[in-house]
Design a binder for this molecule. Structure first.
Ligand SMILES: CC(C)(COP(=O)(O)OP(=O)(O)OC[C@H]1O[C@@H](n2cnc3c(N)ncnc32)[C@H](O)[C@@H]1OP(=O)(O)O)[C@@H](O)C(=O)NCCC(=O)NCCS
Length: 148
């Protein structure tokens, strides 16, 4: 398995993965380009590349003031799911957390996203809040956090 930092030429593939995995919440190619052009060293964007192509990605950032890592997206193409790739991405986040000595990892997921909930729950993440009507389909979001 090969997880590496994103490069400029990955953005079209990332936009495709976003569209497939995040539906109406997906970032567009232009939004991704804008983000990538102003990415700070404390923003991490990694992709999973296999001979078949790019199969998934994770984006997370470190907020030094809050001593917190925030995962803003994690996605694996449907045909490559349940092979442990998301867990591998999260292993990378945990390794960065250790290096940065962050005291918490946070993210938001849709309350409807039982699969992601199962994944984060298995790693010890706890629900610390809920935001009503957060997503464009009107669904609520759960704020999850893992503390160290
Ligand atoms: C959530 C997501 C990233 C998981 O990717 P994945 O590579 O299939 O995950 P893994 O194979 O590493 O599985 C990790 C865990 O997720 C859960 N999981 C994965 N697929 C599941 C399914 N079909 N049913 C129930 N639980 C499932 C399980 O807890 C699993 O652990 P286990 O294999 O020990 O039982 C993927 O489903 C996805 O891209 N979904 C759309 C985007 C999204 O919801 N992102 C998360 C919000 S940031």
């Amino acid at each position: 398995m090969f997880i590496r930092d994103i490069v400029d030429s990955d953005l079209e593939n990332i936009a495709h993965i976003e569209a497939v995995c995040s539906g109406s919440e997906a970032s567009t190619l232009n939004e991704l380009k804008e983000f990538f052009s102003s990415k700070s060293p404390m923003e991490f964007f990694r992709v999973l590349e296999l001979p078949q192509g790019l199969l998934g990605f994770i984006g997370f950032s470190f907020n030094e003031k809050e001593n917190e890592i925030y995962i803003w997206n994690l996605a694996v193409l449907p045909e490559y799911r349940q092979k442990g790739y998301a867990r591998s991405f999260l292993g990378q986040v945990l390794a960065e957390r250790e290096k940065l000595k962050a005291t918490k990892i946070s993210l938001k997921i849709s309350e409807k996203n039982k699969i992601a909930f199962g994944l984060f729950d298995s790693l010890g993440f706890q629900v610390i809040g809920k935001i009503k009507n957060y997503y464009s389909d009107g669904s609520d979001c759960l704020a999850l956090q893992l503390r160290f």
